[in-house]
Every structure is written in structure tokens, then in C-alpha cells.
Design a protein around this ligand. Structure first.
Ligand SMILES: Nc1ncnc2c1ncn2[C@@H]1O[C@H](COP(=O)(O)OP(=O)(O)OP(=O)(O)O)[C@@H](O)[C@H]1O
Ligand SMILES: [Mg+2]
Length: 248
């Protein structure tokens, strides 16, 4: 059976897409098959994985999960990674909120039988049905968090959405990744300590702001195949190993 992982947080720009792409690369390199479902209208994960910047112009991506048509998985240059891509017209799903949520609940069993080792969902920065649906299906939700007051306050809304998803999907487990830390900031250090107090061992990754991370994806690579910094490589590999194992 597939293992389903939702990467989320309604806060924008915290690293959801970066984490989702690295999970897909790691599973691919481990010889496992991956479907990346991109529920974001920006479609950045689809672009990084397909190396096709124009992919977001076409419909026929992740919205197919809520239509009657046959699923056609998009190809990528990586033999083990397939896509249901993100594109601008996904916003139409938000308008059909209740209908989409009902379909999502009804589709749980089918989603968990998709013919892949991993299904990874990259989700948009809002609490609508494109985040709620994969939470009904997933084994784990990985929440990307920035150590800042606004990011931490926003988590409360996210927990409410997760609480609702758990009523239908009791197996859903939550893990956290602290991202974009600035180690020279005393304020951020305190915020990180507070996160560690609160979430303890459920924090499975902790990353500083490093340009090599952003540059790697711009070169269509995971950071461990881009940087020469051994520590940076190791940190990202260890995170993906933990995340992919957590649902086993
Ligand atoms: N650890 C990091 N170090 C440096 N840059 C990073 C790091 N993590 C993410 N970034 C960069 O920060 C920006 C936002 O990251 P990303 O797109 O992954 O966030 P997101 O949560 O998916 O955003 P959105 O809410 O818009 O979907 C990107 O340019 C990305 O390359
Ligand atoms: Mg994103």
C-alpha cells in the first residue's frame, strides 16, 4: 500500500514545496516509486520535478482526483517520479469546497491504494479543500514552520484543520520541520526553544536559511547533489530518511 505524506501549513513561503521536492528526490534515489500531487496553483514543485516551466499553463493535473476522468500521471525526467501537476485553474476546487471535501472523504480507500510506494502532496498556503483533502488520506502531515511569531500563531488554525481531518482519518500523524532559521538571531533561538518544548521528538528536521537549498531546486536537484557542504547534505538526507520511514 502507498504511504501518503502531506506537506502543509497555511502560512506562505515557509518551505513546503522545498520539503516536498526533497522527499520526492530521496524516495526516487532509494529506488521507490513516487507520485507528487501538486495542489498549489503556483505549481513550483511540478516545475522543479518536471523541469518544464510551462507545466502550470495546462489543466489535467491534480484536479483529476476530483473529476470522473481517468487519472493520467505526468512523466518527469526521473524514472520513479510521476506527477499530478499544479496549475492556475485549481482555484476552481476551492469554490466547490463542500463537494470536494465530501469526494475526498469518499475517496480515502482508493487514494491509499494508488500504485506508488509514496504519494507526496504539496499544498497551498491556505486552509481550503486543497489542504484538507490530502489530510483525510495521509499517513503523516509534515508541517513546515518558520521560527517567527506570526508563523507560530498561525499554527493554531492549522491544528483545527488537522483535528477535523483526524475525525475521518484517525491514523494521521503530525511531524514538524523548522525551516529558514537565522542562527544569529537571539529571538529566533528563543522561538526554536519554545517549539522544541512544545513538539519535542516530533520535530524531524531543523534547517537554517541557506542559499544552496534554493539554488539546488533552481538547478532541478536536491541540495545533497548540489552543495559541497557535507553537513548541509547530511542534514537534508537525514530529514528525508526520517520522514520516509516515519510512515512505515
Ligand atoms: N532552508 C532554506 N534556505 C534557503 N532558502 C530556502 C530554504 N527553504 C526554502 N527556501 C526558499 O524560500 C522560498 C520559499 O520556499 P518554498 O517555496 O518551499 O515555500 P512554500 O511554503 O512552498 O511557499 P508557498 O506558500 O508560496 O507555497 C523559495 O524561494 C525557496 O527556495
Ligand atoms: Mg509551495
Amino acid at each position: 500500500m502507498a504511504k501518503l505524506i502531506t506537506v502543509g501549513n497555511q502560512k506562505g513561503g515557509v518551505g513546503k514545496t522545498t520539503l516536498a521536492c526533497h522527499l520526492a528526490f530521496a524516495a526516487h534515489e532509494a529506488g521507490r516509486s513516487v507520485l507528487l500531487v501538486d495542489f498549489d496553483t503556483q505549481g513550483n514543485a511540478s516545475q522543479f520535478l518536471s523541469q518544464n516551466m510551462k507545466i502550470t499553463k495546462n489543466a489535467g493535473g491534480s484536479e483529476l482526483l476530483f473529476g470522473g476522468e481517468e487519472l493520467i500521471f505526468g512523466q518527469t525526467p526521473h524514472s520513479n517520479i510521476k506527477l499530478l501537476h499544479g496549475h492556475k485553474r485549481l482555484q476552481a476546487l476551492d469554490v466547490r469546497n463542500n463537494e470536494v471535501l465530501e469526494m475526498a472523504i469518499a475517496k480515502r480507500r482508493e487514494m491509499r491504494k494508488l500504485p506508488f510506494d509514496y504519494v507526496i502532496f504539496d499544498t497551498p498556503a491556505n486552509l481550503g479543500p486543497r489542504l484538507a483533502s490530502p489530510l483525510f488520506w495521509s499517513d503523516i502531515a509534515i508541517l513546515a514552520i518558520k521560527p517567527s511569531l506570526s508563523s507560530m500563531v498561525g499554527l493554531e488554525d492549522m491544528f483545527e484543520t488537522i483535528g477535523n481531518a483526524k475525525k475521518r482519518n484517525p491514523i494521521l500523524d503530525i511531524r514538524f520541520v523548522i525551516n529558514m532559521m537565522n542562527r544569529s538571531s537571539g529571538t529566533q533561538k528563543k522561538e526554536c526553544e519554545a517549539l522544541h518544548q512544545k513538539f519535542g521528538k516530533n520535530i524531524i528536521g531543523e534547517f537554517s536559511l541557506r542559499q544552496h537549498v534554493a539554488d539546488a531546486l533552481d538547478n532541478f536537484k536536491p541540495v545533497w547533489n548540489y552543495t559541497k557542504d557535507a553537513k548541509l547534505k547530511r542534514e537534508w538526507k537525514e530529514f528525508t530518511a526520517r520522514a520516509l520511514a516515519v510512515s512505515e
